[in-house]
Design a protein around this ligand. Sequence first.
Ligand SMILES: *Cc1c(COP(=O)(O)O)cnc(C)c1O
Length: 365
Amino acid sequence: MERAFNFSAGPSMLPLPVLNRAAAEMTCYGSTGMSVMEMSHRSAEFRDILEETEGDLRRLMDIPGNYKVLFLQGGASMQFASVPLNLAGITPSRKVLYALSGHFSAKAYKEAQKLGFYSKCIATTQDDGYDHVPEITPDMVDQDASYLHICFNNTMIGTKYPYIPETGRVPLVADMSSCIVSEPVDVSRFGAIYAGTQKNIAPAGMAIVIVRDDLLGKADEKTPTMLDWRIAADNSSMYNTPPCYTIYMAGLVFKWILETGGLEAIRERNLEKAGLLYDYLDSQNYYTAPVKPGSRSVMNVTFATGDEVLDKKFADEASENGLKNLSGHRSVGGLRASIYNAMPIEGVERLVSFMKEFAASNPKN
Ligand SMILES: *Cc1c(COP(=O)(O)O)cnc(C)c1O
């Protein structure tokens, strides 16, 4: 069967050359006589894979030498707890700040509260249905706080910060699960960046954490060993058995991005893809786009017909036409096209054509 254009928010499409290479190496990696899945994580071959994967990510994102790169289990949601556990103690106030721009940032904030940290929400757009990101200005950031947490790209509603907030000397911590390696980003502006891998990097089940090394070593004393970033860093992400195969897949994806021109080139392609959708959405009245233009995500484009029955019909018929997973998140409804790095422009062109045909053949009263 032909491969579909899969618009899923995550797990999501992986580049076909990466899947083909993984398939070719599936049963026998190099001259090892075994699959990467069957390999000891302490073997020289796996150590090479891990080192190369980290090295390629460092090159790709131009990560400064004073930042650690960690490969951790538990996805992005585990980091909602790890962030306060590791970082609240870096100032005597132990105060942690959150800006709420959607579902995931709200979950991260709740986790900090649940763990009993002095947690403060400094900005939210919840009352507007998160249709834009909250403005963050330097005067909003208490300078005695341990960090400010933001979600840089909001996967469900389809918003993104158009700038990196200025936080003075307070480290900025960003959940970049759905936008990491989609464009160049100045890592030195952040204290820590984390991302679940299943949107733009690899299969599910892993998070990558990029953290400035002076922030390590101040973890709360109750921090479980497995959540302590310093222990992970001191053990090169191998305190226990790491998610070996997901690390290998991440490595293949980083090589694919490097080979296809790096983050500048991928940004151009991503802007072109998103532009096709937003230009069409702005040119017509059949579909509405809920996100305010200044906050539009390049990765997750949301829209709706304004009629639940038609939205469902759209997703069903699109699926029959090889355009999969276009329903919006179950909690927000509507429609959503997640167009991560691996989505070819042909997929987006096909989607825009389908949107036009659907509008023409399903008039609204
Ligand atoms: C998908 C996603 C998460 C959750 O990731 P898990 O790996 O399922 O825990 C968190 N934050 C953002 C921004 C996401 O897109």
